[in-house]
Structure formats: C-alpha cells, structure tokens
Ligand binder design. Sequence first.
Ligand SMILES: [Zn+2]
Length: 158
Amino acid sequence: MKHLWTPWRSKYMTEKKDASRCIFCDAAAGSEDSESLVVYRGEFTFVILNRYPYTSGHLMIAPYAHVCRLTQASEAATGELMRLVRRAETVLQRVYNPHGLNLGMNLGEAAGAGIEQHIHMHVLPRWNGDANFMTSIGHTRVIPETLEQTYAKLHGAF
Ligand SMILES: [Zn+2]
C-alpha cells in the first residue's frame, strides 16, 4: 500500500515542465468547466476531477489561492475545503457506492505531491480488493468509464 499515492505522479511530473503554469489556477480561472473538469465551485475552494484518475470518481479539492502549504490558506478556505470533502464523501457514496474512501493531501514533493505549488485534497472511492488487483497487474489502471461520463455524474450530483 505504500505506493497508494504515486500512480498519478509520473504523468504529472512529465506534464509540469512549464513551471509557470499551474493546472489548478488555470482551471479556476477558466470559463469552460466541463473542459477543465471543474465539477463544483465554492466561495474559496473548488472541486475538480483528476485527469489521470486512480479510479473513477477521483476528485481533488483545492483553494482558489495558489498556496503550497495548508497553513498558508485562510481559515475560511480550509473550513470550506473540509465541508467540500464531506460533500464529496456524500456524493461519491451515492454515485459510486464504494466500500471505502481515501482522503489525502501531499505537501511538498518529498511527500509525493505531483503538483507541489498548489495544495489539493485527493478524495477517491475504493473497493475491497482493488489495491490487491492493482498490485497484481502493476501500473495498469482499470477505469470503467470515461472522464466525460464521470464529469456528467459528479457535476450533476454536486
Ligand atoms: Zn495554482
């Protein structure tokens, strides 16, 4: 299980060559939420699909503010972030009916952050045996639906 948070990292590492760009800031500033995969916008934070999901329904919740540590985010933002984590739990439970959920935040590259400049909380549904299955087939991921399908379901549910 020690590799739980790493599957998406390699792709981010190869994609973040342009250090001046931040996918969270770009998505937050964009107007085409269905293209940038923003499923919900709060006052201080927003919910976005992971473009390289570990499993269907893999969400990330981030503040609009470009900060690299939780302590740099405002109280209002961290409060809303946790409220949206709760909402994500409810939504994912209703839409995907998983056996469990992973919630996690990696602060700094040493901690496994794919995009260390902008904090984000991962929320993803899990099923009994999915990790064992992952291990047996290496890095192959089983994604039973397209990102567009996931977006439609979760955008509607939020
Ligand atoms: Zn940013």
